[in-house]
Design a protein around this ligand. Structure first.
Ligand code: LIP
Length: 273
């Protein structure tokens, strides 16, 4: 058993407990608690409650590890490991009752900076769809439905190079309207590669879809570390490539994820802009 093997089951258990809380709260009705970077960048009471549950469970089980969460910020640990958490990724979907939202939990080693950290574990759990995506470094990426009596887990693999029909590519747009001109120009540079575009609204589920071959590729500007930390490991362990600006790791400036051939094509088309 590797260190990642030891950690992934805890990540799964906590993600499923957190996801079920999110799902219950969604059924009871959603309360917008605040806005953040822009009027459209909402946080619900459930975001905060779910992250508090995750933080409490990890403090019980892994007291020496660091924590880096979307809603409650960062706290350094002493173990060299950090849990990077988005309690409800796809918050706007969640608020509107769209089922594409997920609990995203990653464990990284080293400095809690996406440019330097080493991903060990990634778990993305979509409670409304009862879908669980997991990966451990060197252990592959896996999908398992969590419905009672669901099919056994299966190993994930990204799609090979897209056919002449073009690639099915997902993206997203920032909460700040001032960023939309650049986002749309970037989309225009990618369109010649695409058969069609999808806008799912949850980066972790976009990345999980690339790992599962449900998408050929994904790119987005504006992601935060907790949006991509778990999903990036899913894609890499499924044989894909994840990057950002040319030669860099994913960052708020840009995230790109695809199989190797399409990744290079997307990187060239986006050209770092
Ligand atoms: C969301 C991402 C999505 C992006 C949204 C937002 P949140 O994360 O998952 O891909 O387009 O702007 O960043 O805010 O729901 O955790």
């Amino acid at each position: 058993m590797t260190q990642a093997d030891d950690l992934v089951q805890l990540a799964i258990d906590v993600a499923r407990e957190a996801g079920e809380l999110a799902r219950r709260r969604r059924g009871e009705g959603v309360e917008i608690a605040a806005t953040k970077s822009a009027a459209a960048d909402i946080v619900t009471a459930a975001d905060r409650e779910v992250e508090a549950l995750i933080r409490r469970r990890l403090a019980q089980e892994r007291a020496g590890d660091g924590f880096f969460g979307e809603e409650s910020g960062a706290e350094a640990g002493t173990s060299g490991l950090t849990w990077v958490v988005d309690p409800i990724d796809g918050t706007v979907n969640y608020a509107y009752g769209i089922p594409e939202y997920a609990v995203s939990i990653a464990v990284v080693e080293g400095e809690p900076d996406p440019q330097h950290w080493h991903g060990l574990v990634g778990v993305v759990y979509a409670p409304a769809m009862q879908e669980l995506f997991t990966a451990t470094v060197g252990g592959g990426a896996w999908f398992a439905p969590t419905t009672a009596g669901g099919a056994p887990r299966r190993r994930l693999a990204v799609n090979e190079a897209p056919t002449d029909t073009g690639a099915l590519v997902a993206t997203g747009f920032g909460y700040d309207p001032a960023t939309h001109v650049g986002d749309l120009a970037r989309l225009g540079r990618v369109m010649p590669l695409a058969r069609d575009i999808r806008r799912i609204g949850s980066a972790s589920l976009d990345l999980a879809a690339v790992a599962a071959g449900r998408l050929d590729g994904y790119f987005e500007r504006g992601l935060r570390p907790w949006d991509h930390a778990a999903g990036a490991l899913l894609v890499e362990e499924a044989g894909g490539v994840v990057g950002g600006l040319p030669g860099q790791r994913p960052s708020t400036a840009l995230t790109i994820a695809a199989g190797p051939v399409l990744f290079a094509q997307l990187e060239q088309a986006i050209d770092g802009r």
